[in-house]
Design a binder for this molecule. Structure first.
Ligand SMILES: Nc1ncnc2c1ncn2[C@@H]1O[C@H](COP(=O)(O)OP(=O)(O)OP(=O)(O)O)[C@@H](O)[C@H]1O
Ligand SMILES: Cc1ncc(COP(=O)(O)O)c(N)n1
Length: 270
């Protein structure tokens, strides 16, 4: 007997080290019991120490991956991660508008934890004006929220202003991740919903270097829950619990910014 499962899509770059990018997305989606598919827009030669090299995929093969998925799958929600440059952003926007892949979660990945640039500066405009208006949810970290909103963030009031600005650019819902507020013993994320409601997610901040792929992972939990038809508030809360478990029950892999334990949440909730 076979079961119908929700199908979900990640549009992003790969991480050969398996901790971030498409690999982190698909591992997370698997843990949330959805069937994951992907459009690879760039390949990175990467490990926990950093990014050695990047190859951006040609438009032709990005278009073909979208076509292949649209021809065969019933995708209920999609997310974007590393998009590399303005040309890729245009291609992704064009394809997303062409097909029906459900609500879009935009994780506007710009710089890897190790410092490598994953989005060229000339793509910011396309992200603001083409991609953000398609976003059901945008999930920037603090530096990304600053760059996209033009607001310098030093306080929770400035986080709120940045979220409003991102809504003005067209994102329906905004989650600003506070992992980069590193002078605090708490991890604080802020959500501004479409209807103006707010949510602050406050949790323990773990002292660890093993946080490679946290952003990819939380957005992948959220998009998986949306694909299953869960409501956004619940999806975000599940995302936060998943991240907490994956950092708290860390694993030792590699010699730099280590990856998360993607199975910790499922182990806790067996
Ligand atoms: N040390 C930590 N302890 C607890 N939670 C953390 C820690 N670091 C990050 N988080 C949480 O992880 C999630 C992702 O936040 P973060 O700001 O790190 O995103 P990001 O920079 O996009 O991640 P990445 O670029 O690594 O994919 C948020 O919910 C944040 O609060
Ligand atoms: C392909 C790809 N996508 C996203 C990230 C961001 O993750 P992090 O900031 O943890 O390095 C990454 N390093 N590589």
């Amino acid at each position: 007997m076979s079961t119908r499962v929700a199908q979900v899509l990640t549009i992003a770059g790969t991480d050969s080290g398996g901790g971030a990018g498409i690999q982190a997305d698909m591992k997370t989606m698997q843990e949330r019991h959805v069937f994951s598919t992907c459009v690879v827009v760039a390949v990175t030669a990467q490990n926990t120490l950093g990014v050695l090299d990047v190859e951006v995929m040609p438009k032709r093969i990005i278009d073909k991956q979208f076509e292949a998925l649209a021809d065969d799958f019933d995708i209920k929600a999609a997310k974007t991660g590393m998009l590399a440059n303005a040309e890729v952003v245009h291609t992704v926007v064009e394809n997303y508008k062409k097909y029906n892949f459900g609500p879009l979660v935009v994780d506007p990945v710009m710089i890897a934890k190790g410092g490598a640039k994953l989005l060229s500066d000339n793509a910011i405009d396309a992200v603001q004006n083409e991609l953000i208006p398609l976003a059901y949810l945008i999930t920037p970290n603090l530096p990304e929220a600053e760059k996209l909103s033009g607001i310098t963030i030093n306080s929770i009031d400035e986080v709120k202003l940045a979220a409003q600005k991102l809504q003005e650019l067209g994102a329906k819902n905004v989650l600003i991740k506070g992992g980069h507020f590193d002078n605090s013993s708490e991890s604080r994320d802020y959500v501004l919903f479409e209807n103006g409601e707010e949510l602050e997610l406050v949790g323990q901040r773990f002292e660890t270097n093993n946080t490679h792929g946290t952003g990819d992972t939380i957005s992948s939990v959220i998009v998986s829950e949306l694909a299953k038809g869960r409501d956004l508030r619940k999806a975000i809360k599940t995302g936060k619990q998943f991240i907490n478990a994956s950092i708290e029950h860390g694993i030792e892999v590699g010699h730099g910014h280590g990856p998360l334990n993607h199975w910790a949440f499922s182990e806790e909730n067996k």
